[in-house]
Structures are given as structure tokens and as C-alpha cells.
Ligand binder design. Structure first.
Ligand SMILES: *Cc1c(COP(=O)(O)O)cnc(C)c1O
Length: 466
């Protein structure tokens, strides 16, 4: 407690951090050389660091702090649940009230007949569950060869062996390999890969790759397709409007299971409870995590439709589970988070207030010389940085150079905005107010201006040869 409330000077913390703490997705030596920024407090959309800077968190942590930081209700629920029943498992014919109540609440909120929840500790674990669930489903139905899962390049489904394999990110596969029976088709990324096609044509073309892949592999070997309604970690890639209806049609036609990875798009992010509602997707399984607890506790899960749950149940015992599946403290906190989202009308706030207000200002960023397209669905947005808008050109420098430089300017201006390659992305807490949006935009513009000036000075405003 002492070390947390009355901590050491920043430089000492950074030295200890570099000496003992292995950071996820980080170049450790690079970070050690400059020292990690130490975040000490959060309130609403604001973070404070150990030097007292006030930072706007344009990423809601890692896309998860939907209700904002510092809500006492969640702390109180956690403390009360820890006193009452800090832990019990749900493995061997036992259950507890928080897991029951949360499962029932999720069944009520989720669309269609998504009525059954298998809990996990994270989104990655939930996707590992999904791999086993869909393979088990076809096994029980007497079709054990149906085990291949089709996913997309540049999709993100987590970082465990299963989640990382479902994801289509080559650098992740390069570190530790990839499990078998997962294949990838191209992503619906029109700005970067659409060539001369219209967005509408390109959406159909990319969705058709699913049909081609099913036919190539043989439908008798394909278990499921998995996709994020909007690719998050891949760069907030919003698919063309034609994409998901065509994917849905193909899944329906061939009778393969459809998994919507809603880890980011769930719980209000897109202006509906789930991204599947925003895009008209009817999944058999939804992956959830992140906004489920607004990040106050680690919890994830799979919301499963009646048919899949019934078939898996028919097969007898399903040999799968996590010690912390449905952890009572995490479940109680998630339930309180959902109560707040619902009772405070936070999904409506996204749809009717925050999105329209931000949309106008976000789209106007395309007036900036560095910004090509701007995309925003609910409170999930991206801008493409380019040296030549008309040609949707890439930079001559290595991909990500310009994005990183721009991110560094944002960081220096106390705005957390991430870069994925040369796209800048945001996903602020859903409770962000119009005046906070003004501040976010002001800092973003200042950072873009500074980045532009620096690129110009360094001769980096050069398009890649085609
Ligand atoms: C973050 C994320 C995951 C992984 O969740 P973890 O809780 O980090 O394991 C899976 N899918 C998507 C779409 C994500 O954004």
C-alpha cells in the first residue's frame, strides 16, 4: 500500500521498472533507455502521471474504460464482494450469485438467442474457448473434420496461442508460431488495399474471399469464421457497408458458425450495445471482454446461441475451463458496470451526443495536409496519414515511422492517441463530454501540426513510389 500511495520519485520508479518489469508489446531496451511514463491516477477521461501532468486518455486505457476512471460504485462492489465471497469456482457442480446474475444480464442484453455465457479471464482466453467450442460443436454433430476456422489478415483476437493464431498479424505469428487449422483471408481495408475499386465493390470482393476459401478447403472441413465488426488493433478499419451483409450471406449459405469478436465493439462503443447490431450481423458466438467491466476487473467470455449451447451440452462434459471463469469479484464489478451503462444511458450518450459532436470535428481533420481519410463509428475512430491524399499514397519511409512520430507529439501534448502503422486511432471513454472532445481535438490538431512541421524539416513528406 505504501509504495502505491506514497511512491518513489519518477526516475527511481522508472529504474525499477526497467530492471524488473517485462512490458507487453514493448521493445524493452528502447523503453529502458527513455523510461516509461508512470500513470498514477484516473478520473473520467483524465489520467495523471507521476509528474502531475493531466492527460486526456483518447484510448480508454486499451479500449476498455468505457464508463471512465474513478467510479466509486465499482470499488465498493468489489470490496463488498471480497468480504462476502472472495473466490469460489464454478467447475464441479457449484455456482455463485455474481456469475449467475451476470450471465442472466448478458443474456438479456445480447441480441437474438445469444443466451448462454462461458466466462473467461480475458478476451484472449474467451477466443481460446471459442476455438474449442466450435470444434466440439461439429464433433458432437458427427462431423469431426469440420475444424478449420477462417479469420482475417490484420485481425486481432488476443495474444495467447489460440488468440494469436486467430489473429492475422505476422509479427505475432513470428514469435512462437501459430496453431493448426486456422487460415486467413484478406482484410476489408479499402483505403490501404482498395486500389481502383469503389468502397462498395471492394467490400463485396473481400467478403467473396470467404466463399472462395470455403470452397477451396471444402465446406466439410470448415467450422467457423471469426471477425471483429470493426478491426480495432489493426487500425480501426471500418469495413465498407457491403462487407458484413455478404459475409453473413456466405456463412448462412454454407452453414458455418459465425463468431463476432466484440471485445472492443461491445458495450456501447459503436453507439449500440454491440457492434453486431450496428452492422446487422447475426453471430452464433460473441467474444466479450474489455468494456464488460470497463477494465476495472479482468473478465471476458463467450456469449453463445441456443443451438451451439444445446449441441455442446448434448455431448456430455466439455473439458474446458479456467480457475477464474466467472470470478465472483470480477463478475460483481462487471454487473455494476453494466448497471451504470444502462441506468445512465451511456449508449444513448454515445449515439446522440458524443458521436455526432466528435464526428463533425473528426471529419474536419481531413482539412489538415497530413490527413487523408477520417473514420468514426460511435466512439471508435481513425485517420490515415498520407503524403498525397488524392492517390491514397503511403509514405516512402518505413510503415509506422510517421505514425510513431505523430504519436510522440500527442504524448508530449498530453493526449493519448495510438498509431497503427501510419493510421492514428482513438477510442475514448464513452462518457466523454463535448468540452472534453474540444480539448481532445485541439491537442490532436496541435500534434498534427508539430508532426507535419517536423516531417517537412526532415524531408519525410515523400510518397512511396508506386
Ligand atoms: C483486446 C482484444 C482481444 C484480447 O483481449 P485480452 O483481454 O487482451 O486478452 C481479443 N479480441 C479483440 C478484438 C481485442 O481487441
Amino acid at each position: 500500500m505504501n509504495m502505491i500511495t506514497n511512491h518513489l520519485p519518477t526516475a527511481e520508479l522508472q529504474a525499477l521498472d526497467a530492471a524488473h518489469h517485462m512490458h507487453p508489446f514493448t521493445d524493452s531496451n528502447g523503453l529502458a533507455a527513455k523510461g516509461a511514463r508512470v500513470i498514477t491516477r484516473g478520473k473520467g477521461v483524465w489520467l495523471t502521471d507521476s509528474e502531475g501532468n493531466q492527460i486526456i486518455d483518447g484510448m480508454a486505457g486499451l479500449w476498455c474504460v468505457n464508463i471512465g476512471y474513478g467510479r466509486k460504485e465499482l470499488a465498493e462492489v468489489a470490496a463488498r464482494q471480497m468480504e462476502e465471497l472472495a473466490y469460489y469456482n464454478t467447475f464441479f457442480q457449484t455456482t455463485h450469485v455474481p456469475a449467475i446474475a451476470l450471465a442472466a444480464k448478458l443474456a438479456e442484453l445480447a441480441p437474438g438467442d445469444l443466451n448462454h455465457v462461458f466466462f473467461a479471464g480475458s478476451g484472449s482466453e474467451a477466443n481460446d474457448t471459442n476455438i474449442r467450442l466450435v470444434r466440439r460443436y461439429w464433433q458432437v454433430k458427427g462431423q469431426p473434420d469440420k475444424r478449420i476456422i477462417i479469420a482475417r489478415k490484420n485481425g486481432y483476437h488476443g495474444s495467447t496461442m489460440g488468440g494469436g493464431s486467430l489473429g492475422g498479424m505476422a509479427p505475432i505469428h513470428a514469435h512462437g508460431g501459430k496453431i493448426d487449422g486456422i487460415v486467413h483471408i484478406d482484410q476489408p481495408y479499402w483505403w490501404g488495399e482498395g486500389g481502383a475499386m469503389t468502397e462498395a465493390e471492394f467490400g463485396i470482393e473481400r467478403a467473396k474471399q470467404l466463399e472462395d476459401k470455403i470452397l477451396e478447403l471444402g465446406v466439410e472441413n470448415v467450422a467457423a469464421f471469426i471477425g471483429e465488426p470493426i478491426q480495432g488493433a489493426g487500425g480501426v478499419i471500418v469495413p465498407p457497408a457491403t462487407y458484413w451483409p455478404e459475409i453473413q450471406r456466405i456463412c448462412d449459405k454454407y452453414g458455418i458458425l459465425l463468431i463476432a469478436d466484440e471485445v472492443i465493439t461491445g458495450f456501447g462503443r459503436t453507439g449500440n450495445w454491440f457492434g453486431s447490431q450496428t452492422f446487422g450481423i447475426k453471430p452464433h458466438i460473441m467474444t466479450i471482454a474489455k468494456g464488460l467491466s470497463s477494465g476495472y476487473q479482468p473478465i471476458g467470455g463467450s456469449i453463445v446461441c441456443d443451438d451451439v449451447a444445446a449441441v455442446v451440452a448434448e455431448g456430455g462434459e466439455f473439458f474446458h475451463g479456467y480457475t477464474y471463469s466467472g470470478h465472483p469479484v470480477a463478475a460483481a464489478v462487471a454487473l455494476e458496470n453494466l448497471r451504470i451503462i444502462q441506468e445512465e444511458g451511456i449508449v444513448d450518450h454515445v449515439r446522440n451526443v458524443a458521436h455526432p459532436y466528435l464526428k463533425e470535428r473528426w471529419d474536419a481533420l481531413t482539412d489538415h495536409p497530413l490527413v487523408g481519410e477520417a473514420k468514426l463509428v460511435g466512439l471508435m475512430g481513425s485517420i490515415a496519414l498520407t503524403p498525397d491524399k488524392a492517390k491514397r499514397a503511403k509514405f516512402a519511409s518505413e510503415a509506422g515511422t510517421v505514425g510513431l512520430r505523430t504519436r510522440e507529439r500527442c504524448f508530449a501534448n498530453n493526449l493519448i492517441m495510438r498509431h497503427v502503422g501510419d493510421r492514428m486511432i482513438i477510442a475514448p471513454p464513452l462518457v466523454i463530454t463535448p468540452s472534453e472532445i474540444d480539448q481532445l481535438i485541439e491537442r490532436a490538431k496541435k500534434s498534427l501540426d508539430e508532426s507535419y512541421a517536423g516531417l517537412k524539416a526532415d524531408g519525410l513528406l515523400v510518397a512511396k513510389a508506386e
